[in-house]
Every structure is written in structure tokens, then in C-alpha cells.
Design a protein around this ligand. Sequence first.
Ligand code: CTP
Ligand code: MG
Length: 234
Amino acid sequence: GPTVAVALPAAGRGTRFGGEVRKAYAELHGVPLWRRSLTLFTSLPQVVRVVLVVAADDVTRFTTENLALLDAENRDGVRVIVTAGGAERVDSVANGIARCGDADLIAVHDAARPLATREDLEAVFAEAAASGAALLCTPIASTVKRVRDGRVVETVPRGDLWAAQTPQVARADLMRRAFAQRIDDDRPPATDEAELLERAGIPVRVVRGSARNFKITTPDDYALADALLRSDVG
Ligand code: CTP
Ligand code: MG
């Protein structure tokens, strides 16, 4: 089947997360988020490469300190590469994609989503292989309000609203085309890969993802992930 290269952005500041260490280095049951997210992919047979994108000022220290761990993932036809991130997530992803090599598909996954399931990953890879581009999404569960100046302007019908997750996956040529067009665009910056694909006129399919694949953004999210892992084991 088609081969997959994964760009794994882990270069954010983690401002909403707070804390002493960068969010990607925070440990969940003794394993840092970046490593949990990395091993989600290195254990899949179709994955041939993972590009871990870390903060630009930390590439040397990170690589040196984690040489053994990174090397341990570098096996069975999987190559793990570390590269430098940029100012915004999209810049980090662009740097990651630039190192993705010649796999058939490129997948982008937030290192801050360490609990994606194997089933969801297989499903979104399969959909992207079949139709060109796909991402995991969950239907919005809450009633959604449009708010200005602290006042509700309207209640937005949520029947066709979905929340984007990652992985966001596309045929490598389509993903590269979408990123190449980014610089020519004077709209506000796209916030995910799917939006760049949409702007490039590339149809994007949705695969319903598990709620477990939430992004660890705040300390409460971290506590929830910790509890989920405990209940998995117990
Ligand atoms: N990310 C990145 N490079 C950036 C910004 C974000 O690689 N310049 C990564 C984060 O490390 C994370 C993912 O993109 O894995 C999703 O971003 P987010 O959850 O917003 O993480 P942070 O940007 O680190 O957090 P915050 O926005 O609270 O500062
Ligand atoms: Mg951010």
C-alpha cells in the first residue's frame, strides 16, 4: 500500500499549558508527549519516515539528549529525523514537510495529541490514499454561540460543524502544492493543513475521529489524558 511520511510539530511554546518545560517535553506516565506521539507512528507498517519538529533554539540539545531514544525508533524501515520549527505552527509544519522525502502520503500530526488510536490513524491514511486528502474530525457536541463584546449575537446551527483534529493527510504532491501556494496568499494565515488544501482547491474528506484524540492545550487537558491512560492500564 501507499507509504506515509509524518511531520510531527512539537515546537510550540505551550503558553496555555504553562509550566517549566515546553509542553512537548511534559511527561505523561513517564513518557514525554513528543515520544508518545512519535511511537504512534513508528509502530505502523506504512510509515517510512517521521520528522519531529522541535523549537529551533533547542534542536542540538534535544537531539543530543535523546539520541538513544531516537535511535531506538529508527528501525524496521522507519527513519526518524529532527528538524527546527518556526514562529507559527504552519511554519513548523512547512519545515517538517520539507524533510518528508518521497513517501506517497504526507501526514501532519500535533505532538500535543498523544492519544490518537491506531484505528483512527489507519482510517485517515486509507481515506487520503483513496481520495487525495483527509483529516480526522469530531462533530461539535456543544451548542455554539457567536459572541461580540460579551454578548450573544446568534446561536450557530451546529448540524454541519465539525472540530478539526490531526492527522491531516494528503497525497504528497497535493500537500506540497498547498504549502507552495501559501506564500502567494494575502488572507489571514491558515490555521491548519486542511485550510491550505481547501484554498488550493483540493477537496478534503472528513474521517470521524475518536474523542480521545483531543489536543493537550491546558493543564486540565493534561489531567484528563493522565486519567485516561490510568484507566487504560487499570
Ligand atoms: N507548534 C509548533 N510550532 C509552533 C507552534 C505550535 O510546532 N510555532 C506545535 C505544538 O508544539 C503542538 C501543535 O503545534 O504540538 C499544536 O499547537 P498548540 O496546541 O497551540 O501548542 P502550542 O503552540 O505549544 O501552545 P500555545 O498555543 O498554548 O502556546
Ligand atoms: Mg499554539
